[in-house]
Design a protein around this ligand. Structure first.
Ligand SMILES: Cc1ncc(COP(=O)(O)O)c(C=O)c1O
Length: 491
């Protein structure tokens, strides 16, 4: 409906929605909507607004409310009073908008922005992880009521101002104890321990800070796609070495690759290689430490699921054996608790601690104070340790059940490997029995999130399947693994 009285009335009254119950005054509600109509060109340059009295009648408002709205528009410079000529639009909205819209729609990302945007491929999958997705902690085991019992205290004690020194003291102290007890790392100076919003954030920041664009960084192949993405987004060259077994001995492997590629840094997962699930041997650790130190190459350890190893005790951190000042330790709560928490940490050598801390603040990758405080309390009262012991035992049971099922029903399809991961099973796919073309699509269609990897074995590329067993409780194991066997058997 458009009002026609003593002049053409351009306002689209039918589009104006006023909520008389809302605490925002009616004059402001009307002003905001008229403002939009002017900006979007629904009321154009020089057009006259309806007289305040007629608009007030139409909208069942007092005239004073409309006058107030018009005054606000005048204050913005969108309309002006012209005496007998009434109140008219003095903003050339439509013309300008049309022009600016075409410019804006063609404004591209910078080349660097494009590289960051495609650095990692995120498959278009459901928000909830699919069954058998690797590395998913079973949230059903998380002691939620204990966690919640700290939320009020965390809210009242967490600083409301910025905390600039790399994380809240309570969490840093709790993490220092955790790192000493579980990972063999002694953090003498708390400035060297920095809280971040997870390993991806830590690695991406480090990649930008430790190398110039175009310089090489070294990974094992296969590896975690997040580590490759961290290197790519920093515009570095990704270089690779194979996993140990394929490279003619661990000594040769590292010294050969580091001499060949001259990387600025190496990212490794020594606790349990991702995805193969093999812990790095002492001999290989020594070789890696020696070669990286000799070639002035940083060694970044991604200690992503330290506690979750199967059967044996988890191997200590590689940082625990090094005093050379070239090792950086990166950890996360994503596996130990749950990924949505977005809390991780780094332990960096003292000479770069202030610089990395400043960068953390500038890039804004610190988790919220309240969550840091809550986690600090949770750890201080021993709940992390209790949760790790409890969940580790259950994950190991589930792994046994899953291995038995595969041995019974998929012996021809999947060949077990020597992975000791307590979260995932890693199998070689028997290419004679399984059609690997489109396998990833077929798995997703069957609602399964297992990962597929290519690994070089004895000079040949082989296909491997990474299967998360952590959520395979007794009641779902047959259904999920049955679907897996059926999908692998499709011809
Ligand atoms: C090897 C590895 N590192 C780190 C992470 C976790 O990273 P974030 O802390 O960013 O969740 C994962 C998760 O899948 C992983 O597999």
């Amino acid at each position: 409906m458009t009002i026609e009285q003593d002049h053409k009335m351009p306002i689209q009254v039918e589009n104006i929605q006023l909520n008389r119950q809302h605490p925002i005054p009616l004059s402001r509600q009307l002003y905001v909507q008229l403002h939009q109509q002017v900006l979007h060109g629904q009321i154009t340059f020089k057009e006259r607004l309806p007289p305040t009295r007629s608009l007030a009648t139409q909208l069942r408002l007092s005239r004073g409310v409309v006058v107030e709205s018009y005054d606000m528009l005048k204050g913005d410079g969108l309309v002006a009073g012209f005496g007998k000529g009434g109140t008219r639009v003095c903003y050339r909205g439509r013309q300008r908008r049309t022009r600016s819209r075409s410019i804006v729609s063609s404004l591209p990302l910078a080349r660097r922005g494009d590289e960051i945007a495609v650095a990692r491929h995120y498959p278009d999958i459901a928000h909830e992880p699919l069954a058998l997705t690797p590395g998913v902690p079973d949230f059903g085991l998380f002691p939620l009521s204990r966690w919640q019992s700290f939320s009020k205290q965390a809210m009242s004690n967490a600083p409301t101002w910025y905390v600039r020194d790399g994380g809240l003291p309570l969490l840093k102290n709790a993490l220092r104890d955790y790192l000493a007890q579980y990972r063999g790392i002694v953090v003498n100076d708390s400035h060297c321990l920095l809280i971040t919003s997870g390993s991806q954030a830590s690695l991406s920041l480090l990649a930008r800070m430790l190398a110039e664009p175009g310089e090489p960084a070294l990974l094992e192949r296969p590896c975690w796609p997040g580590a490759e993405a961290a290197i790519r987004q920093a515009e570095l060259n990704v270089t690779y070495t194979g996993v140990a077994a394929d490279e003619g001995g661990s000594d040769n492997k590292w010294s050969g690759a580091i001499q060949r590629h001259r990387p600025r840094f190496v990212i490794v997962t020594p606790g349990m290689q991702f995805p193969t699930g093999r812990p790095m041997s002492m001999q290989e650790r020594e070789a890696l430490l020696k070669s990286t130190a000799r070639h002035r190459c940083w060694l970044i350890e991604d200690d992503y699921a330290a506690e979750y190893s199967y059967a044996q005790h988890p191997a200590p951190s590689i940082m625990a054996h090094s005093e050379t000042g070239h090792v950086i330790h990166v950890g996360t709560m994503s596996k130990l608790l749950f990924p949505g928490l977005r809390i991780g940490w780094m332990v960096v050598p003292k000479h770069i601690a202030t610089g990395v801390n400043n960068a953390l603040n500038t890039c804004g990758i610190l988790p919220p104070n309240m969550l840091q405080q809550q986690l600090g309390l949770f750890m201080q009262y021993g709940h992390l340790s209790a949760h790790l012991a409890h969940s580790r035992a259950i994950y190991n049971e589930r792994r046994d059940r899953c291995s038995r099922y595969i041995a019974e029903y998929a012996r021809e399809l999947l060949v077990p490997t020597d992975s000791v991961s307590g979260m995932n099973l890693y199998f070689r796919i028997n290419h004679k029995a399984v059609d690997v073309s489109n396998l990833q699509d077929r798995l997703v269609r069957a609602g399964l999130g297992c990962g597929l990897y290519i690994q070089r074995v004895a000079g040949k590329d082989e296909n491997f399947l990474l299967l998360g067993h952590t959520c395979l409780s007794r009641d779902v194991v047959a259904a999920h693994l049955g679907r897996l066997v059926a999908t692998l058997s499709e011809r």
